[in-house]
Ligand binder design. Structure first.
Ligand code: ADP
Length: 423
């Protein structure tokens, strides 16, 4: 790289290959061809969107499924393309592992899996990252944190002097996309780090199962589980994301211990978890992501270990608008709404600001959606509630008028918006 290249900011280009699996030679050929194709036009590329015109390039059609341009904070004249070629397996296989010790007598036929493992990148998580909208640049901040820890690890910064724990905590009300963001970030990392790591794994730990009815065993369960996690992390050719959902159920134990009847057991669970997390922080190829709906209930010692404690709140009107718009577009794609163009938030906000009356149908529908977004935000709807609004609207107000057989023509957008407003 020339010195001017070194000052440039990377613009991430994600190239998804078609199955079945290709050789590394094909990967590098595809990378070179994409680089050549985009090089001529990269100052005109649109961020956070798919590139379309590669299909005419001979040789690319055969291998590529999608080319996606990532986020970027600087002007395109200051970027250098960083191309990540990846190929998710055609099926998303989830394996489960239990914490019952081999030959254990405990098997009473009620063995809740303690964790599940998903191979990354996975088809089931494709596109999830782009469907999530938050206030502020939460996604950028998380990616930035990962890149910084990578840089520090690579530069061999002395861990005794500068420390980090590789633990991220997302907390906030339920249904605001915390778990989805963890999964999406894991997928993003597997794609972006595909030139360093040959494969990735997402291990989702089921907090509740660790509090089994064999309560006094739970400390041992945590140890057994993390022994398996450590085994996976020891393979340094892969990257591992550990997701602990609703972490408060594990770490509230210490508080419970003060009043509960089995204080020593509860403490053992928390201590086992903290000890295991401390062991993982020395590994380069691991990230622990945790979520919680009740940050007040989390153990202080755990909170202290999280490098990033990010509050994820209810979506603001702009995010509500975007979520509903994406739902409506999808229903339109499926042919259940007759074609209508919905303006983007910025366009409709501008119209509202200038006080210009909507002059056509598209603008009128967009304005109705704008009002709906504000109404939903006032009702404090979570992302989860918003995404089911269309189904409820249809079931309650449109189901009778539009039978499945007439789905081909689609109901008018105005009717959908009105049904959603009533809901
Ligand atoms: P949490 O873990 O916070 O309870 P989830 O990650 O389970 O929430 O999200 C539930 C659903 O709601 C997901 O299908 C997700 O797509 C949707 N959702 C929630 N928040 C958002 C958001 N900010 N943007 C887009 N979709 C969201």
């Amino acid at each position: 790289a020339s010195s001017s290249d070194r000052e440039r900011v990377p613009l991430h280009v994600e190239v998804r290959m078609k199955p079945p699996s290709s050789t590394s030679l094909v990967f590098s050929r595809v990378r070179a061809m994409v680089a050549q194709h985009l090089d001529n036009e990269y100052e005109t590329l649109l961020l956070n969107s798919a590139v379309e015109d590669w299909r005419e390039v001979a040789g690319l059609e055969k291998h590529i499924e999608r080319i996606w341009i990532g986020e970027c904070a600087v002007h395109l004249s200051q970027v250098t393309l960083q191309i990540h070629v990846y190929q998710p397996p055609s099926s998303s296989k989830v394996t489960e592992f239990s914490t019952n010790a081999e030959g254990s007598e405990e098997d009473d036929g009620d063995d809740v899996p303690a964790a599940s493992v998903l191979q990354l990148p996975s088809r089931s998580l494709e596109g999830l990252w782009d469907t999530l909208v938050y206030e502020g640049d939460v996604k950028g901040k998380l990616l930035g944190y990962i890149y910084s820890t990578m840089l520090f690890s690579d530069a061999m910064v002395d861990f005794n002097i500068v420390t980090w724990n590789r633990v991220v905590l997302l907390h906030g009300p339920p249904g605001t996309g915390k778990t989805s963001l963890c999964r999406a970030l894991a997928q993003k990392l597997a794609i972006r780090l595909s030139d360093r790591y040959q494969h990735g794994k997402l291990i989702e730990i089921n907090s509740h199962s660790l509090f089994s009815k064999w309560f006094s065993e739970s400390g041992k369960l945590v140890q057994r589980l993390f022994a398996q996690v450590t085994e996976m992390v020891e393979d340094e050719s892969g990257f591992v994301v550990v997701l602990i959902d609703e972490v408060e159920s594990l770490t509230a134990a210490r508080a419970g211990a003060m009043s509960g009847k089995e204080p020593s057991d509860a403490l053992r669970v928390v201590n086992a978890l903290l000890t295991q997390l401390d062991k993982l922080k020395h590994r380069k190829n691991v990230l622990v992501m945790t979520t919680s709906n009740l940050s007040a209930a989390i153990d202080g010692a755990f909170i202290d270990r999280a490098d990033i404690k990010q509050y994820i709140g209810l979506p603001p009107p702009q995010a509500v608008y975007w979520i509903l718009q994406s739902c409506l577009r999808e229903i339109m794609r499926a042919g259940l709404i007759s074609p209508t163009t919905l303006l983007d938030w910025n366009q409709i906000a501008l119209l509202r600001d200038t006080g210009v009356e909507p002059s056509n149908r598209d603008e009128k529908c967009s304005e109705a959606l704008w009002e709906l977004a504000h109404a939903c935000q006032k009702q404090q709807f979570s992302g989860r509630t918003l995404r089911r609004l269309p189904v409820l609207a249809h079931a309650r107000h449109l189901g009778l008028s539009s039978s499945i057989s007439s789905a081909g023509q689609g109901t008018r957008m105005e009717q959908w918006l009105e049904a959603m407003r009533k809901c």
